[in-house]
Each structure stands twice: as structure tokens, then as C-alpha cells.
Design a protein around this ligand. Structure first.
Ligand code: ZN
Length: 198
């Protein structure tokens, strides 16, 4: 089943409007369907403390998916943490200057407002082994496959610059858009005070 069909099926089952445009209720139901029953309905089993601090910076629609990814990686023996979430435009600009006007290596090509991380819809994971962070590991590809199964966009599947630790949710209105057009619309929505998912 495609993600869209899954969303519609879940929406019809839990009795909310079937529009293929999932709200928090639908995502929570998808999360429950994937990982089983969870303590507080719609919230999901909490991840580790560090991941939860990062997950708290994401939009409510994205949070259950980030937790589901941590849990489903654990079921195949891979320990991951959500290590990077939402950044303000200012924080993004500081990151952009790294390796350019500041020291360090270049870590992003996006200025403030030009990264999906500026809108609460994107997060990065780290693979850990025995508590140690692994910058590179074949496990990132396995986690990428799990993420795509959950309906997340995975940075490792991108055609140009691949970014294996990166995951994001594409709002329904952006399904047919280029990344560039989607970011332009996200900036416009931010300027209007409108949610990324409305
Ligand atoms: Zn990222």
C-alpha cells in the first residue's frame, strides 16, 4: 500500500475526514499500527532523553514518526538517537557560516529559511554503538529503508547531495513540488503565521 492509501485507510478506520492529509490523530494511529499499543493515546512511547529533547522541537505531526523510527530501528538491533531537529533562521545562518567565514568544515549549503530544518518538518538521526556515535555506518541505509516504510522522505534517497542521517515529512500540498518550491511556500507560510501542514 502506498503511504497515501495507508493514510486514507487509517482515516476511514478511526472516523476522521478522509482527505489523505493526515492530522496528529491519524499519524498517532499510524504510529500505533506500526509499533503497537502505546501508553498515552496519540503520544507514543517516549524515546531516550536526548532524542526527546530534539523531538520536542518538531511539529506535532512529525513527532510520532520520529519516535516510530527510533523504535523500529531498535527492533532490528540498531540504536539511533534523534540528534538534530528544528533550527531558527538565525541558528541556520550561524551553521551556514561554518567553514565559510568561520572555522570548521562546511556542513550545510542552506542559509536561514532555506533548510527544511527551519520549519519543524525535518530531523537528523545518529547511529550509536555501545553508546558511541558513529558518523558513518551501513546502519544508516537500513534506518533509511525503515524511515521510507514509515512514509518519511529520506535524505539518503536524494539524487543530488545525499544526506543519510536526514529525514523529513513532506506536507500533502507539497507532494508534487520541487524542494525549492516547497521551501519558498514554507517561508511564505511562516511569514503569514500559517502552519506548515495547514
Ligand atoms: Zn538534516
Amino acid at each position: 500500500m502506498t503511504l497515501d492509501a495507508t493514510i486514507r485507510a487509517v482515516q476511514s478506520k478511526i472516523g476522521v475526514a478522509v482527505d489523505g492529509n493526515p492530522g496528529p490523530q491519524t499519524w498517532a494511529a499510524i504510529h500505533r499500527a506500526i509499533v503497537g499499543d502505546v501508553p498515552a493515546a496519540g503520544v507514543g512511547k517516549l524515546a531516550d532523553e536526548r532524542s526527546e529533547r530534539t523531538i520536542a522541537t518538531l511539529l506535532p505531526q512529525v513527532q510520532p514518526l520520529a519516535r516510530a523510527l527510533v523504535e523500529s530501528a531498535a527492533t532490528i538491533g540498531i540504536s539511533i538517537k534523534v540528534i538534530s531537529g528544528t533550527r531558527t533562521y538565525d541558528e541556520q545562518n550561524v551553521l551556514y557560516e561554518q567553514g565559510r567565514t568561520n572555522s570548521g568544515r562546511i556542513v550545510t549549503n542552506a542559509r536561514g529559511g532555506y533548510s527544511n530544518h527551519n520549519f519543524g518538518i525535518a530531523f537528523d538521526i545518529g547511529v550509536f554503538e555501545g553508546g558511541r556515535y558513529l558518523e558513518e555506518s551501513p546502519a544508516y541505509k537500513a534506518v533509511g529503508a525503515l524511515g521510507m516504510k514509515l512514509g518519511l522522505d529520506w535524505g539518503g534517497s536524494w539524487r543530488t547531495i545525499t544526506d543519510e542521517p536526514h529525514f523529513q515529512i513532506r506536507p500533502a500540498w507539497a507532494r508534487e513540488m520541487s524542494e525549492r518550491d516547497m521551501l519558498a511556500e514554507l517561508r511564505a507560510r511562516r511569514a503569514r503565521g500559517q502552519s506548515a501542514f495547514a
